[in-house]
Design a binder for this molecule. Structure first.
Ligand code: SF4
Length: 363
């Protein structure tokens, strides 16, 4: 613990305590303590957390009380995507998604030459106040911020449930429920825990904060120099359509948001990720692609084209693959890296907020 900054120790003490009020494994439980001490390379928090789940040999009075979120539902897609619905200790629900991005690659002799890759999509709030027109989470409004502990626990539980050991690195994206920059203090503390060598040791460059474009908060995040990546949900090339899709655009329009992103500190190999939700007949034409190239002039940019995933009662439609490919090629030919996001979990409630909405309706 001594390598952790003081504010993180305070955080751990309030979120990861034994019933006796101490951080870590109680010395009276000698077996656990020596097992822990023999594995100094294990990530400290992760070891304690996993021990706490498995420590049947701990007496109930010494069992840690750090689990404050519980998975109450898991939907599993045929492509391996898993959507978790978590319940908090005050009976609220929110979601996280486990995505398997790549399988193991083996050489002819069967030796693994590339490991599998995983991405966890994390929530930062219960509900959301931003009110995006295409989002199920927006319909329920904002309820409360998630604490740093609740954010960190999503990672621990997803790793644990999918048998990923402490040394398996994962990518984290704050693209689940909520606007992370409206809960910046807790999100930043969680990132410090997740990145810290004595924490989960997940490199900051593997963590991406996705924002709807809260310009002053983008600047605050940049000033914190956490080393994380940033993604902007741009989705439109003019303020009329963007305000229709993301009402926050009426406060921080495209020009203001891009201005704040210009000041964001980027490591040499990093780029700003611009997410562009492609909606049939709304923003999937080549005039929009042309305007996008103009807007991104001067940025080290990467564009992620996300074909809209229709859900119950949504007023938008999925674009056809021809117009998507033409859009992507137009950007690539003009020197902008553009990828089309592969749809994952189409057979489950994979879009943000869908599983929670469905569960609330059935209650
Ligand atoms: S898309 Fe994100 S920012 Fe927009 S309402 Fe949904 S959760 Fe909030």
């Amino acid at each position: 613990m001594k390598n952790l900054p003081k504010d993180l120790i305070a955080f751990l003490e309030s979120n990861f305590t034994l019933k006796g009020g101490r951080v870590g494994i109680d010395k009276k439980d000698k077996n656990i303590d020596s097992k822990f001490n023999n594995n100094r390379n294990d990530k400290i928090i992760e070891s304690r957390f996993n021990n706490s789940l498995e420590s049947n040999n701990l007496s109930p009075t010494h069992r840690p009380t750090l689990l404050t979120i519980t998975p109450i539902k898991v939907e599993i897609s045929s492509d391996g995507t898993k959507k978790y619905l978590f319940q908090t200790s005050d009976n609220l629900t929110f979601e996280s998604v486990f995505l398997k991005m790549k399988d193991k690659t083996r050489d002819k002799a069967g030796k693994i030459i590339k490991g599998e890759k995983y991405t966890f999509c994390l929530s930062s709030q219960v509900g959301c106040s931003v009110g995006c027109a295409f989002c199920s989470t927006a319909k329920g409004g904002f309820v409360r911020n998630l604490s740093s502990g609740e954010i960190v626990q999503q990672v621990l539980l997803l790793k644990k449930d999918n048998n990923l050991d402490a040394n398996k690195s994962v990518n984290l994206v704050f693209m689940g429920m909520g606007e992370p920059l409206l809960n910046l203090k807790n999100v930043a503390n969680a990132i410090k825990i997740l990145s810290c060598k004595d924490g989960l040791n997940i490199a900051p460059r593997r963590q991406t904060i996705s924002t709807s474009g809260i310009a002053p908060q983008i600047e605050k995040l940049g000033a914190m120099e956490l080393g994380v990546q940033i993604a902007l949900s741009l989705h439109a090339v003019n303020d009329n359509l963007r305000s229709e899709l993301i009402p926050m655009n009426r406060v921080y329009n495209i020009a203001k948001v891009l201005e704040s992103l210009k000041k964001f500190p980027l490591k040499s190999r990093n780029r700003i990720l611009f997410e562009y939700l492609v909606l049939k007949g709304k923003n999937d034409d080549l005039d929009s692609a042309k305007a996008l190239v103009k807007l991104l002039n001067g940025f080290k940019a990467k564009v992620n084209l996300i074909p809209f995933n229709p859900h119950e009662n949504s007023e938008f439609e999925r674009p056809d693959s021809k117009s998507l490919e033409a859009f992507a090629s137009f950007l690539c030919e003009r020197g902008i890296t553009a990828t089309i996001r592969e749809s994952k979990g189409l057979d489950i409630s994979a879009a943000c907020g869908q599983l929670r909405e469905k569960t609330l309706k059935n209650k």
